[in-house]
Design a protein around this ligand. Sequence first.
Ligand code: SF4
Length: 314
Amino acid sequence: MYGKSEGYRFLFGPVPSRRLGRSLGIDIVPSKVCSLNCIYCEVGRTTQCSIMRQRFNDPEDIINEFSQCYPSLEHGLDIVTLTGSGEPTLCSDLGYLIRKIKQISKVPVGVLTNSTLFTDPQVREELMAADVVVPSIDAATQETFRMICIPHPSLKIEDVNEAVVTFSNEYQGRLLIEILLCEGINDNFEELGKIADIIKRCRYEKVQLNTVHRPPAFSSAKAVGSSFLLEAALFLSKKGIRVEPVSNYIKDFSGGSMTRAELERLISMRPCSVADISMVFGVPKADVEAVLAEIPTEHLEIRDMDGVNFYFIK
Ligand code: SF4
C-alpha cells in the first residue's frame, strides 16, 4: 500500500476514533482477514473470511516496531488499540501482544472486536489483559446478523452473544459495547429490544450507539438519521441500558502540526474528510487541503458520501 510502505508495517495513526478519542492503532491482522464481512466496514470487503486463529506476523516484529516508534507518537494519545484491517482476535499472539504493549505504553491498551471468537475460552482469557475491550453487538437474530455482518457460515449469533455475556462477567477492565445501526436492517425496536435483553445480562460500562459515518464496503449500508440515534438511545435507556449516541464525535485538538507522511499514513488506513484530518492533527482545513494537493492523483482516491469528500490512499 502506498501510504503504509512510507511509514510503518504495523502502526497506524494516531487516528480519530469516534469511540475512544485519539487512538494509535496496531494492525495485527492483514487486510482483509475477518470472520465477518460487514456491509458498513470502512476498511473494505473481506477477502478471507475465517474463524481460524493463526500467526500472521512474527510478534517480535510488531513489538519492536511499537517500542521504537511509540515515543515519537505518544503525544496527545488517549489509547493504543489492537485493531486494523481485520478481526484482531484471529491473531493467535493476541494475549502476548497485549501484555508486551502494556509494558511499553503509558496510555490504556484496548481491543476493538466483533465478538465472534468470544466462544473460544482461550480468546476470552487473552483479552483479560486488555484495559479496554469494545465488542460489537449489531444483531440479536440470525437473519439480521446475516444481513448486516455477512458472517462466516459457522457463526450463530445466539452463541456469539451468549459468549459476550460470559466474557463481560469474567472481565475486570472497561467494557464498552458498540451497536452500529444501519437503516432498514437493525433500526427497529424489535431487534433493539432483543439486543437490550442480552446487554442487561452483561457487566459493562456503557453502550455506544453508532451508525455509518464513512464510505462503507457495500452501498446497501445506509446511515440512520441523528434523530433515530437519539430515539434508539432513549428506547434503550428506558430499558435500563446505560447508553450514549456517539454520532460523528471526533476529539478536537488544536495548535498541532502535520507532515505529508503523517497525513498519508492516516488516510492509508481509513478514509477521512478534510474536517476529520484537521481535527486529528489540530491544523486548519486550508493546510490539510494544501497537503492533500501535493499527493499524486494516481495515489489518491476520493469517495463522496452524502456530499462530503473522503480521501483515501490507493
Ligand atoms: S467492521 Fe470489523 S468485523 Fe466487520 S468486516 Fe470490518 S473488520 Fe470485520
